[in-house]
Every structure is written in structure tokens, then in C-alpha cells.
Design a binder for this molecule. Sequence first.
Ligand code: GDP
Length: 471
Amino acid sequence: MQQEYTISAIATPVGQGGIGIVRLSGEKAVDIAQECFKPAAGGKISDYEARRAVFGYIYKENGDFLDEAICIVMKAPHSYTCEDVVELQCHGGPVVLKELLAMTYRLGAKPAEPGEFTKRAFLNGRLDLTQAQSVMDMIQARTTMAREAAANNLQGKLSERIGEMRQEILGVIAHLEASIDFPEDDIEDVALEEAEMKVEQLHGAVEDLLASAETGQILRDGLQTAIIGRPNAGKSSLLNLMLGQERAIVTDVPGTTRDSIEEYMNIGGIPLKLADTAGIRDTDNLVEKIGVEKAYSYAREAELVLAVIDGSQPLTEADDPIWHLLSQCSGKIIIINNKVDRSLEENILTAEEIRQEAAKKEVEDVYQVINLSAKQGQGLKELEEAIKNLVFAGKINCRESVMVNDARQADILRQAMVLLDQTHMTLMSGMSEDFVVIDLRSAWEKLGEITGETLDEDIIDEIFSRFCIGK
Ligand code: GDP
């Protein structure tokens, strides 16, 4: 199926690169390419075999030479969108690409909407919705684990799992309907018993899938992490150690990290969305005060809080605001007993003492206390391990697991569970098979929303609008 108009967009990232690609999709894609591209070996691009890389030149309408290029034509349905697709690969300069793109518009192409190529692939049945969504996840993956999770979905593993569940539901419906149609055959009880067992199994399967949603979402969006601690505790040093580069400013002057720095980093395959925040202490300086307040709100909302304590000094009342803040945090807490290179020699503060103090100050949910030296690097491995354990709880293997990573998918699964609960209640109430079938049909339809088989157009548009242009 070809859409009524041909779209065009720059498919490569903005900026300079060795190669840049303008991609066209739709009925007029080849005609448009023909107008701007001349094969070096002569003739027209349509004379050449499809899917062959043809070298040539791009000329503007007035005959001016624009660039050298490789042109590849992919004929429908053997293309990403299942429509005629042309890729014009020229030099990756922003001006070259913009001029070429503008020319394709003048020749009749329309600017592609965000995600429109993938949307066409979806509408033409080349990808289902979970696969289409995983295309974006693949592009945006920040770690190998995140990429692996996306790859599984791109290959259709989530769709397969959903498909199996829906198939099961249809099987139960078929049996129930047979027992309605042939009441004399005495299969009624068997069908109802089977339905009860299957509904329970399906409920468990949906639950399992839903359990992967939190990890899936973390892999996709990053674990929102806040580093907090008193000024000079070593927050910036820890951030630098974790990032492996001098990203934050490290100084001896208390209160120099006044604003928050946000950074993605990869820790043992898990993307952390990290905020290094201003040191927490009472201050009269207005700018610093704003920074401190920001730190408080970051920490309260973060999924993971790394609380840095300067272990080379005994704990004092000045630490109370930190304990107070930690007692208000909703995420998991890892306390870093920092400067262990100094404190161990002098034996100032141990992890156990910190743990006891935390308990005394009513800070619950301390996942672990780790002895670390932000300066020399010891303890970093333990920190990585702790974070990994915390996210996966030792359960999930991204390479093998099917994972849900999207709030919409998780929401549908939750609704499907409710519908299965309802089916169970109908079964228990002894109502006739017709009612069970109605409930099961709703669950079947609901699950179909994940793969996009039963979904409104508005929702589909909304999903693709989150894509980047050119994809
Ligand atoms: P922040 O204010 O919490 O961000 O602290 P900084 O990271 O700027 O560190 C404050 C001071 O403590 C600097 O002089 C660091 O070099 C020092 N520091 C940080 N971590 C360590 C550590 O593990 N060992 C030692 N000996 N000094 C550290």
C-alpha cells in the first residue's frame, strides 16, 4: 500500500559527517531521484537494477553541480516502508543535505513527519507496534543491555509472547463456544474447567511480563540517580570517577557546585541519569540556596540516591540535614563512605557505624554502605555491583528475556490483568459461558493493543510523533 504522497527527510544526524543521507519514500520517490541524480555511467537511475548502489552526481534544477552521491533504489515492497524508497547518500555536510532536501521538496516530496517512515512500515504490516517502538529504543539505547532489550523486541519476541497469549484466549473461547453450540455433548463442564485453569495461567504470564516493565523502563530511560552529600564530601569526585572523565568541577572551596549537572552514564550496562547537585548545608548565599533546594527535590524524586559521606571525619550534627533528607527519599539509598584512602589508615568511620547512624536517624531503605575512594578508585566495582543487583535483583537477563519497556504497554498489561480477574469472577459466579466469552474477548482485544492490532488511529499517531524525523 502506498500512501498518497511521497515523503522526504534527512536520515542521518544533524551536523558534519562523512556521509549524509536523504531518504525518500512513496510513489514518486524514483521520479524525484531521477530529476536530481545523474548516474556517472550514464542513463537514468530507473534503468539500473533495484537495490544497487549507483554512483553519480546531483545537479540542481538550474544545472549547478551540488555533490557527488550514491543512489540506491528499493522497490516496493522490498524496502523499510514497503513503498518505493530511494536513498541519496552524499557528503554529510548540513548545507549539502539541506539543499538536497529542499530540492526534493521542490520536486514534489513532502517533509516527513517524525517517525513517518516507521509509521508507514507499521501501516504496511512490515513491523507491528512493539517492533516499531523498539526501532526508536534501538536508536536511543545508551548501553549494550538497553540495545539488547530493544533488539529482542525488534525481532518480535514481545509480539510473539503477546500473540501466544491471544491465541490461548482464542482457544478457550472456541471451546466455550462449542459447548454453547452443542450443549448435549456434555463438554460444558470440561470447557469451564479448562477456562478456569487457562485464565489463571494467563494471569500469571501477564504478571511476569509486567514485572519486567520496571527494568525495561530503566534500561530505556536511565535510572534517575541523585548524588547528595555535604560540601566537600566528594560528590563531584565521585561523579568524575563514575564517568571516567573530568566532567564536574572538583575544588577545595565548599559550595562550588552550585547548579546541577545531568549526565548519562553506563554502569555495568545500566544507564544512569545522573545529577550532581549542590552540597547540602545551611547557606545565606541565594544562588547556593537555590542549588541546595534543587538538590533536595532531585533526591526526593530519584529512583536511586547516592549519599556521599566524608569518612575521613567523624559524623557530627552538621550531617543531620543529610539524614533528614534521606529519611524523605522515596528511592533506594546507597551510602558511600568516601575518602576511605584516608579514613582506613586513621580508622575514623566504618560502614557499620554509618549503617547504625542511619538507623538511628530513621533512614530506612539503605540498600548498602560502600567504602570508597573517589580519589583513588577503590570501591567503584562494589558500587557497580550494588547498582546492578538493585536494578535486576539477579533476575533478568536482557539477552534472553522479553521485556516491556514502555508505560503504554505496561498500562495495557495492567488492564488485561483486570479483565482476566473479571473473567475469573464470572467463572466463579457460575454465570453462563456467554458471559465468560465476552470477558475473554475483551482481554483478547486489550492485549492486541500492545502490538497495534486493535488500536485507535489517534494513539498510533501519538506513538509515532515521539520518534525523530527521518526515522
Ligand atoms: P563535593 O563538594 O562534594 O563535590 O566534593 P569534591 O568532589 O569537590 O571534593 C572535595 C575535596 O575532597 C577535594 O579536595 C577532593 O580532592 C577531595 N576528595 C574527594 N574524594 C576523595 C577521596 O576519596 N579521598 C581523598 N583523600 N580526598 C578526596
